[in-house]
Design a protein around this ligand. Sequence first.
Ligand code: ATP
Length: 944
Amino acid sequence: MMVLNTSQFSAIRGERMNKSELTQIDDVAKADLKQLLMQYHTSSNGLTSQAAADRLAQDGPNTIRNVKKRSEILVFIENFTSMMAILLWISGIIAMAAHMVELGIAIWAVNVINGCFSYWQQHAAQKATDSLKKMLPSYVKVRRDGQSLRVNTEDVVTGDLIELQAGDAVPADARIITSANLEIDESSLTGESVPVDKTPEYHHDQGEFSQDNMLFAGTVTTNGTALALVYATGMDTEFGRIATLTQGQKKVVYPLQRELNHLTRQLTIIAMVIGIAFFGLAIFFVHYPVANSFIFALGMIVAFIPEGLLPTVTLSLAQGTQRMAKRHALLKNLNSVETLGETTVICSDKTGTLTQNQMTVNHLWLAGNTYDVTGTGYVTNGKIMAGNQAVSLEQDSDLTTLIRIATLDNDTSVDEGTSNEKAKILGTPTEAALVILTRKAGEDRQALTKQFERLGELPFDSKRKLMSTITKTPAGNWLIYTKGALGSELAACDRILDKGVVRPLTEQDRQRIVAANEQYAREGLRSLAFSYREVTADDPLVGTKIADYTPQTAETHMVFVGLMVMSDPPRPEIYDAVQKCHRARIRIIMVTGDSPVTAKSIATKIGITSANARVISGDELDQLSDDELRQALKGEVIFARVAPEHKFRIVSMCQKNGEIVASTGDGVNDAPALKRADIGIAMGVTGTDVAKDAADMILTDDNFASIVSAIEEGRTVYSNLQKFLLYILNSNVPEAAPSVVFLLTRGLVPLPLTVMQILTVDLGTDLLPALGLGIEKPEPGMMDQPPRPQNSHLLNRQIIWKAFGLYGLVASIISTCAYFFVNYVHGWPNVALAASGSLYAQATTMTLGAIIFCQIAAAMNCRTQISSVFSVGLFSNRRIWLGIVVEIVLLGILMEVPLLQEIFNTAPLNSAEWLFLACIPIPLFLLEEGRKLLVRHLRVRSQS
Ligand code: ATP
């Protein structure tokens, strides 16, 4: 589902809704539900699969089309209208006017080639980004053929019955059939940020979207559950209609792009100033003709403007995000690549992110009995095997009650499929573990749900950490079944079921339960507590309508029944990932809803913290001042039994401590923290639509290790951009140096490199190996370095020094020597330097060749910052080698083809000259390897 800009919706909503549209929504809202179901040829069982398929074929997918896409031709033309391109167009005209027609045509040709290349890069980057979007389809629960199933949002059709719960995006316009505690965030349509209550009853205040029993696509469920009938999909929804009006939004410019734009602008200004200065000097100092001086100055300008920079960087970023996607991390915008490399702290959930989210119940605790259902103990048809003893459920009525609550106070279905398939879970792994246990215990859930009619529910929310259902027994009594975190349950209970007898819950009982629970938690096990309440004749709830049941009134005076304790082992790859974080000086802060003891046990087991780490619970956190919390966050700390709302504060205080924070989240209440974090990370498998929408990155496998891979990839992409920048900039110096020689000697030394040759290097041969640098693999030790300092610049002093003072200077000296070498062989200094003719062409060709061969060495040297290139594999980057080969072939063609010889002022080189060129890269490469070795050596010494 496309997400549009909220303010745009609000701004135009006054214009868009005419009276007839309002009436149409109102008609659906008011219609009799039975008739409405009939009108859409559906029933309480939903559509049949066949009817849904037919309707999909007829109405098309439930998607918002981009109706105002920018014309591809316009995008193409834009690549020929940049300042640099305009300069080249004008230069071409001037060259032609000054009777240098070939030069004029050549300049234009170079401009066209460069424009096409940029367009191709832009196109490739767009394709890469688009393919990422397709990798994360969104799903919705619908009822078809009487069964709940998950379908792709695009496949929702009119007449479908959708089942929504907190965190789900509303996929289409729909009329509510039933709901419980339903709250919808309609800010995307109305601009109103406070969620609104929705019920199946029709109430209509004045204004748009004010019908209480209607749901609109593009809005999200923030609380409760609902069953609703879809009456409009895709472009027929209100969202679709507005989208038509608001499409064609402004392009977003990311900070990295802004920095690059700024850099390009600065370099352009420098280039212009140098160009104008050279223009003046050529005319007045060297007495060069005006047109020639202009073309000469143009050479300087072209040399210094980094024209291919932005598209190449965008492509490199896009390719980086594709590589991350392969490692299960989808980035929603390219900008996050940069932030990933700066990350200093990861606030991570435990369940499912650090652990496998594969729950197995292995202990049952009741007041009068405990059952170990692991190892030799297990549950089998109607019996619990505890050691060698088989206990029938009928023998232990407390156990029967426990299993009944676990069965009925449960919204998850598990389709175990065939023996070769993994069980398909529609719901949460925690509840699935209960379903599997109760099934093994011989409970027939289907029959039981028919006998015990569900009247209503108080859905789970991670703040109160409880979930309740209200059920009618076959005898007509009402029962409230509750399950949840032990602390919340104990607060709700005042009685206990003990060997079939309900008695008051004493302080001693409480201590016994907590002690038993802690024992399990110390082993890293996670527990759920179960309770019930019978709404008897004297119960204050008697006479209360189900819709008016609230957690405050219903989840109190409960009877405590027992605990189900389950294991959720750490992910196997987590140990390595955590060690990697430690080496990369990235701290991990576990923020979990689970109990403090379980949290600490798991954190120490997987190496996140030592056993001395401080554990802060949600309640304690509420008591801490901001300063105290900031202090605590500087040390080893775990947050347990916290609500997602707490996460926002933790992230904010970390940021106040100067940290760059990545934070994970999956639920609807995690959204503020995900938005607040520098990198919000949502779970792709278990995450809600709301969390995914708020996040910057989505993990397609919910795995913490994928965050670490993404950080590694983020650091790599950024360092590759720096390598690329170093490579591009260092050739500017040898391109400019010959002109400086020409000027300083007042033309006594003829131009050692012609303008066309400068264009060849800058717009032709330079870019090919540079593309290869964009895909370099991570340098060894990349994750042994601390994170990049915040707000450090892509182009830093080190790169400037290396580009201009080291690589550039050396290449300038070598290329100038090459020029003089040819002249020397032909008699210089006894004869004057050739200013035209074949010797001049040969000498300039040598300058050009020397620059290209210096670039070959530079391409290799840029591959690593301080590691040896051999450690990443001399031939491991094929694209660089391909670029080098093409570069040499291109040079050969320029020398050998007569027409090109004329345009580029080139001449064939003899074998001695080729040998001279071939000798350039190896010493340069070995010298740089030596320098890197020295730097590594000094680093080790300074660290020891
Ligand atoms: P994490 O925050 O690391 O993902 P978590 O899953 O334990 O851990 P929450 O989902 O906030 O965190 O759950 C908090 C607690 O609520 C759990 O520890 C458990 O005791 C209880 N709980 C979890 N799921 C349910 C559920 N479906 N019904 C009732 N109680 C639940």
